[in-house]
Ligand binder design. Structure first.
Ligand code: ADP
Length: 484
């Protein structure tokens, strides 16, 4: 099967069948601005149809034995891995990331499905001690019901499976809307899910107008759960809409991750880990480092090591071998990145490398931005408060542990933080004081199937990953019985 076949069949999936509409929307390749495909432009009507299918499928799907649901997920994971070489170019073309990152993302996507295939079998309840004679108190876990899943464009494959796999494992049926920039990989993943023989209606996918689809789902009493990954702004809106029917929500929103490098850290290791995190996916990662705090004594050396690494990174179309950094998702994202860099430079930051759009030659037509390192950054600059979401590494310096922890926490966000030190006591002291949902120490890998991923404060509610991610799709029920 070649890449085009996946695009020719880029339709919605409702009740186990492909569904198209007269109206469609374009999918654009951010590496050159060209149209690569079209998908149906769905709205409230299609959204409602999807919910009806999921609602009708729920009694049968939720009554299957957990091990039966697990079989579908196991097959799905196998199929994703089997097809990853064909799917990676599709992901790269609509999203922009280098091919190796796309393949890696598909492997991660499959790992979530595999994990939840196993975890599906381990949902259990409890028997509690009685309060009165002859009383039996049991607590059981049941699927929430129809779950609406709304996914972003930055990890368009992994976010689909990180939500759909635990939902299906729990016994929920789902309706999913991918981001308009990246619907093709979601549609392809759904096709593989359908090929497992999944009962019709257990998983449905709608593409189209985000706010119309969102409103239809949030206003539909049959939808009992919303799981969203995206911007804090849209997340807040969905939370308000969900309040009307007290729907359960899981929100994975923006971040403003600090990375703190103490003077005793292994600087080479810190520079490599920070550069890997910072420039992955062209800096478009919610747990991506946004502010680098280096202890005054090592700030210059860290900057030099970072600059050396960044200068070796090749920017270009992700589809080409040897490329480290692809384009940003859209020109508006590039303008925003440049606005933040210009603001920092105007306020006195020193540009060590990069700092400008790339528009000539092989970059023409794409949203490329030169990977950037800034030093002499301080908190008057907008890029320390806003999520940059681009290939920009701003380095600030600090004197004391107390001061840097305080600065790191000065943000309404609380998704991820990173620290680099060889001091074990400090590792624990600082990790515990940082007001973030996740802390990486001497490394930056956070999203793995077994661990809870998610933020506090305005970075969201709920967790994805591990048994915690499954809990988000389960309700507790207490059954208190008198047996005399
Ligand atoms: P980003 O800033 O990363 O594009 P968004 O929050 O705009 O993030 O998008 C994340 C997901 O939320 C996408 O699938 C997008 O289509 C969807 N979305 C955007 N606006 C709404 C809305 N009003 N209601 C429901 N979903 C929305």
């Amino acid at each position: 099967m070649n890449g085009n076949t996946w695009m020719d069949e880029a339709l919605c999936w409702i009740n186990g069948e492909r569904r198209t509409l007269f109206e469609s929307m374009e999918v654009i390749d951010p590496s050159n601005g060209e149209r690569i495909g079209n998908v149906p432009l769905g709205g409230a009507e299609l959204a409602e149809e999807a919910v009806t299918a999921a609602w009708e499928a729920f009694p049968a799907w939720s009554s299957l034995l957990p091990r039966e649901r697990a079989c579908y997920l196991t097959r799905w994971a196998e199929k994703i891995l089997q097809h990853k070489e064909e799917l990676a170019p599709l992901l790269t073309r609509e999203q922009g990331k280098p091919l190796a990152e796309s393949t890696g993302e598909l492997e991660v996507a499959a790992s979530f499905v595999q994990w939840y295939a196993e975890e599906a079998k381990r949902v259990s309840g409890e028997v509690l001690p009685p309060y009165k004679p002859n009383q039996r108190i049991t607590v059981i876990r049941q699927p929430v019901g129809v779950a609406a899943l709304i996914t972003p464009w930055n990890y368009p494959a992994a976010m689909v499976t990180r939500k759909a796999a635990p939902a299906l494992a729990a016994g929920c049926t789902v309706v999913l809307k991918p981001a308009k920039q990246t619907p093709l990989i979601a549609i392809a993943l759904f096709r593989l899910l359908m090929e497992t023989g999944l009962p019709a209606g257990a998983a449905n996918l709608v593409t189209g107008a985000a706010s119309a689809i969102g409103e239809a789902w949030l206003g539909d009493p049959r939808v009992r759960k919303v799981s969203f990954t995206g911007s804090t702004e849209v997340g807040k809106k969905l939370m308000r809409q969900a309040a009307d029917q007290v729907k359960r929500v899981s929100l994975e929103l923006g971040g403003n991750a600090p990375a703190i490098v103490f003077g005793d850290a292994d600087l080479e290791r810190a520079a490599a880990a920070i550069a890997d995190n910072k420039f992955e996916n062209c800096g478009q990662m919610c747990n991506g480092i946004n502010r680098i705090y280096a202890e005054e004594t090592v700030a210059e050396e860290l900057a030099e090591r970072m600059v050396a690494k960044v200068k070796q990174m090749r920017v270009g179309p992700g589809i080409r071998p040897g490329i480290h950094i692809g384009p940003l998702i859209h020109d508006s994202a590039r303008r925003n990145v440049h606005r933040l860099v210009s603001d920092a430079v105007e306020k006195g930051a020193r540009l060590r490398t990069g700092g400008h759009p790339l528009t000539e030659g092989e970059w023409a037509g794409g949203s490329y931005y030169a990977p950037t390192v800034l030093t002499g950054v301080d908190e008057s600059m907008d890029l320390t408060r806003e999520e940059v979401f681009g290939p920009v590494a701003p380095i600030l310096s600090f004197r004391t542990e107390e001061e840097v922890v305080d600065q790191a926490n000065q943000t309404p966000y609380g998704l991820a933080a990173y620290l680099f030190t060889r001091d074990v006591a400090r590792t624990h002291r600082v990790s515990e004081k940082l007001e973030f949902g996740m802390v990486g120490v001497n490394g930056t890998s956070l999203s793995v199937p077994q661990a809870p991923f998610g933020g506090i404060k305005e970075s969201g509610v709920g967790r994805e990953g591990g048994r915690y991610g499954l809990e988000e799709f389960l309700e507790l029920k207490t059954i208190t019985a008198m047996v005399d």
